[in-house]
Write a protein that binds this ligand. Structure first.
Ligand SMILES: Cc1cc2nc3c(=O)[nH]c(=O)nc-3n(C[C@H](O)[C@H](O)[C@H](O)COP(=O)(O)O)c2cc1C
Length: 229
């Protein structure tokens, strides 16, 4: 069956693609502007406690949830934590893991690679930032009869959704930190997540504190990251 604005393939409806395209001049300008904007994104580790409307957080998460995913399974859950007691509980548990990581788990080479970031096991931003977004991946789903069904390319899909999330946070004029106080099973326990969810990333979201400094890192230049065939 074929209509003007939809068609049927394998018994499933396909709708018209509504993506925008641009004349070449506009395309060049937009791609340059988008790079310039994204090039200003930085991970920060000092947050203000200034409030942010919940609607903004919802828009950011809706954006993350537009990411592509294996077989469109969208194998993610974004938990938003604003409760002060819960944030404190998460901070204490994260710091406990981080203390162990810094003193026992990380190799000398790893610790050396982290030196330029100036980080340690203290994570006050986990209490200070108005919101924590805890991203969970869902390796499988249960159906109504309790039967398990695997999701596909779960790490790739959730990684992409987190990329979209970070970009949406930056677009809103806010900042975040991609944080991995591993192992992160404590997040599943504190937030009482179901057994088909595994903690993936922990992102404090907020405004940067006044006079926030960030490491003077350099990004690889285009010749180092592109190979044209
Ligand atoms: C998967 C992943 C895990 C990270 N984990 C941490 C972390 O636990 N703590 C931290 O301070 N930064 C963490 N970072 C942030 C990186 O240090 C940061 O992205 C990098 O130094 C580049 O800086 P930029 O984000 O400002 O460009 C992580 C980044 C990624 C992608």
């Amino acid at each position: 069956m074929i209509a003007d604005d939809f068609t049927i393939i394998n018994g499933f409806k396909h709708i018209k693609y509504e993506g925008e395209s641009f004349f070449e001049d506009e395309m060049i300008k937009r791609s340059q502007n988008y790079f310039d904007f994204n090039n200003k994104r930085r991970s920060i580790r000092h947050f203000s406690d200034k409030e942010i409307p919940m609607g903004v957080i919802e828009n950011i998460i809706k954006t993350a949830s537009t990411a592509p995913s294996g077989a469109n399974k969208q194998p993610w859950t974004f938990c938003v934590v604003k409760n002060l007691e819960l944030k404190k509980e998460i901070r204490l548990a994260a710091e406990k893991e981080e203390r162990k990581s810094y003193s026992e788990r990380m190799s000398d080479e790893w610790l050396d690679d982290l030196k330029h970031l100036g980080t340690d096991a203290n994570k006050p931003f986990l209490e200070k930032a108005p919101y924590l977004i805890v991203v969970f991946k869902r390796p499988f789903e249960y159906d109504n009869e309790g039967k398990k069904h695997q999701n596909y390319y779960v790490n790739e899909s959730v990684g992409l959704a987190c990329g979209f999330l970070i970009s949406a946070i930056h677009n809103a004029g806010l900042a975040t930190l991609t944080h991995t106080p591993s192992p992160m099973r404590f997040l599943e326990k504190i937030l009482k997540r179901p057994d088909n969810e595994r903690a993936f990333l922990l992102l404090p979201v907020g405004y940067a504190a006044e006079k926030t400094f960030v490491p003077d890192i350099k990004r690889k230049n285009i010749d180092e990251v592109i190979k044209v065939y």
